[in-house]
Design a protein around this ligand. Structure first.
Ligand SMILES: *Cc1c(COP(=O)(O)O)cnc(C)c1O
Length: 416
């Protein structure tokens, strides 16, 4: 059977058995190791997307495969009627690295959307307690696809097919201080959700000064600030959390009321968490007011613990900073790259050519990359990416850009 026949078969099987919400998959993958995966046709690809900022430790990391096998042999699931050492250790570790005030507490979920659902329920409790009716989020923001999280997600194509969602949500343009001040000044805002770097919008950072203004205004007006670090958390940007790096730059405290994480936390095993800052926020959801069957189970918690331990033991925060900077420097020298936004190993790369077209060409050059806009690529490789792998990517990516459709003259890179 020729490779083309094999491809037809899995594509047909996919179309005949899976719901079409994701569109046709690019390839069928069969195995992976480190930053490389192998497809059904036996080709090896350098994975510069890491399962969309999920596979922090790459593929088949020995600490994770052995640790999870060992955990499964001992205890795989117990329900939240019980606790386990794994759950306690991961919660304690999250509280340690997040620098949140005394009295902070963790709620475990299974995904980013669910972590944000928990935060939204906390905001709804605050709304009921105070009579503050409005909830704010930002245009360009993405918080997930479940109905609550979708209510906070701006993109009309995602929301409009579903009619009215959670009521009272309004969207502000990022960096519009007048709009923010006016909205907060009315005194009827229960909370605001924001990503410190808008991932799905193209790795677009919020200015640390703007985050500072949000923090001050929410404090002054009794509104809650929820930072969605589902994509940026757990080392992706070279800090455990982006708000910590942004706070250093802003020179002010950006401690949120609630912090949500997921993607990179389990290195591929689904784990999400909401962290409530301080005693009052931690008590907002009372016993019986929220829950989950799977969240915080021993297998998922072990994945989180192993991921965080390995990030620490192997210096992966530092690695994300240095290898990320090396990637950005290299990308900026390439013809056809118009702008690079780099935060650790979280990169938005604006290109002169059609970004989706480049993804397909890159695949033929043995690279997995991702388009998040017509002219924007996203790179979110494993945090274990080496300098040599970054160089290999740059070497293979230059001809990808060169072979792209002629650039639109409006999108020429700036001269030297
Ligand atoms: C991916 C993502 C989500 C949703 O996470 P899921 O695990 O897909 O539910 C929410 N917020 C941000 C910022 C994300 O990047």
């Amino acid at each position: 059977m020729s490779p083309a026949d094999a491809r037809g078969r899995w594509q047909d099987r996919y179309a005949a058995s899976l719901m079409g919400v994701f569109g046709p998959p690019q390839q069928m993958l069969v195995s992976g190791r480190g930053c490389r995966v192998r497809d059904a046709e036996g080709r090896e690809l350098l994975d510069m997307l890491g399962g969309i900022a999920v596979n922090a430790l790459g593929h088949a990391h020995p600490a994770l495969t052995e640790g999870l096998a060992e955990q499964m042999r001992r205890l795989g699931h117990v329900s939240n009627l019980f606790t386990t050492e794994e759950q306690l250790v991961l919660a304690e570790r999250l509280l340690e690295v997040s620098d949140l005030p005394e009295g902070s507490r963790v709620f475990f979920a299974n995904s980013g959307s669910e972590a944000n659902e928990a935060a939204l329920k906390a905001v709804l409790r605050h709304r009921q307690d105070t009579g503050r009716s409005r909830i704010l989020a930002l245009t360009g923001g993405f918080h997930g696809r479940t109905v609550g999280a979708l209510s906070l997600t701006h993109k009309p194509a995602f929301r409009d097919p579903f009619g009215p969602l959670v009521d009272g949500v309004e969207f502000l343009p990022p960096h519009d201080l007048d709009a923010l001040t006016e909205a907060m000044g009315a005194g009827d805002v229960a909370g605001i959700f924001l990503e410190p770097i808008q991932g799905e919008a193209g790795v677009v950072p919020l200015d640390p000064g703007y985050l500072g203004a949000v923090r001050r205004l929410t404090r002054d007006h009794g509104a809650l600030m929820i930072l969605d670090e589902v994509q940026t958390g757990i080392g992706r940007t070279g800090d455990w959390f982006r708000f910590q790096g942004a706070a250093r730059r802003a020179g002010e405290d950006l401690t949120p009321d609630y912090l949500t994480v997921a993607k990179g936390l389990g290195s591929g095993v689904p784990v999400g968490a909401m962290i409530a800052a301080g005693t009052q926020n931690s008590a907002r959801l009372a016993a019986g007011q929220h829950g989950t069957t799977f969240g915080g189970g021993p297998l998922a918690a072990a994945a989180g613990r192993i991921t965080m331990e390995t990030i620490e033991a192997d210096g992966l925060l530092e690695n994300a900073r240095t290898v990320g900077a090396r990637l950005a420097d290299g990308l900026r020298t390439l013809d056809g790259v118009t702008e690079v936004r780099q935060f650790g190993l979280h990169l938005g790369v604006d290109v002169a050519a059609d970004a989706r077209g480049l993804v397909a060409v890159a695949r033929d050059h043995g690279l997995i990359i991702n388009a998040v806009g017509e002219r924007t690529l996203r790179l979110a490789p494993p945090l274990i990416l080496t300098a040599a792998e970054a160089d290999e990517f740059l070497e293979r990516f230059a001809p990808v850009l060169a072979s792209a459709a002629p650039a639109d003259p409006d999108h020429r890179p700036e001269g030297p």
